[in-house]
Ligand binder design. Sequence first.
Ligand SMILES: Nc1ncnc2c1ncn2[C@@H]1O[C@H](COP(=O)(O)OP(=O)(O)OP(=O)(O)O)[C@@H](O)[C@H]1O
Ligand SMILES: [Mg+2]
Length: 456
Amino acid sequence: MNLKEMLHFADRIVLDRTGKHLDDLQEAVLRGTVQRKTYKEIAKNFDCSESSVRKVGSELWQILSEELDEDIKKSNFRSTMERLQFSIVSNIAQKESVQINSINFCGEARQPPDTTNQNPQNQTTSNPQKTPTFHHDLSEMPKLGSFYNRTAELELLKKEILTEKAQLLTITGMIGMGKTALGIKLVEEIKHQFEYVIWRSLETCPTVAQLQNNLTEIFTEGDNQTSRLPLMKYLQNHRCLIILDDINYLFRRGELAGHYQPKSEDYRSLFKQIKERSHQSCFILIGWEYPREIAQIKHPNTPNPRLHGGRLNLARLDTASAHQIIAEQGLEPEANGSRFIDHYQGNPLWLKTVANFMVELGLTVTEVLQNQPLLFPQDLKDILQQPLAYLSEPEKQLLSLLAKENEAIALVKLLEIAPMPSADLLDILQSLCRRSWVEKTDRLYRMSPVLRQYLG
Ligand SMILES: Nc1ncnc2c1ncn2[C@@H]1O[C@H](COP(=O)(O)OP(=O)(O)OP(=O)(O)O)[C@@H](O)[C@H]1O
Ligand SMILES: [Mg+2]
């Protein structure tokens, strides 16, 4: 990667983060850093104070470190750029060595020659590595407001994607738990490690053909090609991160979890190919439930207890973060806030909804906690109505039984009281756990207080 390409690369990252291109001083700092100049020399050349140069430098290293998820400083900027570049390019080179010169690197247009290079003619033949173009289509990715914690989940996902090179991951969880928000945060943190990053919501339930068409259109444009290749070819040629949000819309209502609608059946073979074929890309599926075949994903490495076979089931948000969320809605902090948060299962959307309702009516946490049952505003019922519509009749039957139980219940007891045959009961229970309506801890099954209240 030559100087110009490093500057271009850094400019894209700073633009993404701040909405502004590198200014003259920032560029001078990066240029000087690559040319191994001291801050003092850079300041002298730019005719400004050394302290301003240091300040700009440290801001730049911070932005680059956060965006690239690497500790970047003046001493390792150049080597990190070269390494990142190398990792992307060598992946491509291994796969498609004959195409190395036809891949659309570095920006929409070809890069002007590097004026700092001593031997520019040599450059194209001896050094075919150029900065890859980033094609990030995040037009369907929602905007992220404030975001708290989820550090452990982010670390797990990053490890799985960047180190373990997972090809297919799912993030599931109850409505409002923060799956999309987590996905956005993840994309923000790792997008620069990928040539193509595409976010699509499947809310309109596109067919596989429509989705593939849409994706390959982006790849064809990005590669400046006129004819389209099959999707798998692009996933092999490029390091791509593709997020499919709201995958629940692919599934049938009124059936157990993970059964495709007739028009979505072809997704089964798409996901199977993504999981099993050899390529260098990663798909993340986000939704209330995951396809049944995903349950069989095996990972060669020791399974992480919270990321079973590439599936992350997003649990409640921690109490301190949940406090911040309700405070943002305008609810005064109170000592008994944790009980309130626990009742609403640390679910960010449920908490926001109830907090909004309380603020509108001028209710305090203490007042709400004094009255049983706890608040259950219509807005929250409307939210829960959406995943409820997907449940099968036997699942609803079992839930209304569970809703009557104050304590978590063992399987033996459930088998005694449930009206369905035991083989069916196990399937139903598995489906409810996959859909996050029932939680299983230490061989005991329970529903959250809000869901019990809703269905009781
Ligand atoms: N960690 C977090 N910090 C702050 N706010 C959060 C966090 N997670 C989620 N939220 C907020 O909670 C709300 C619900 O989050 P989000 O839309 O990500 O949930 P979801 O699980 O994707 O829901 P759905 O199942 O409807 O798709 C949003 O307003 C979001 O900004
Ligand atoms: Mg969502």
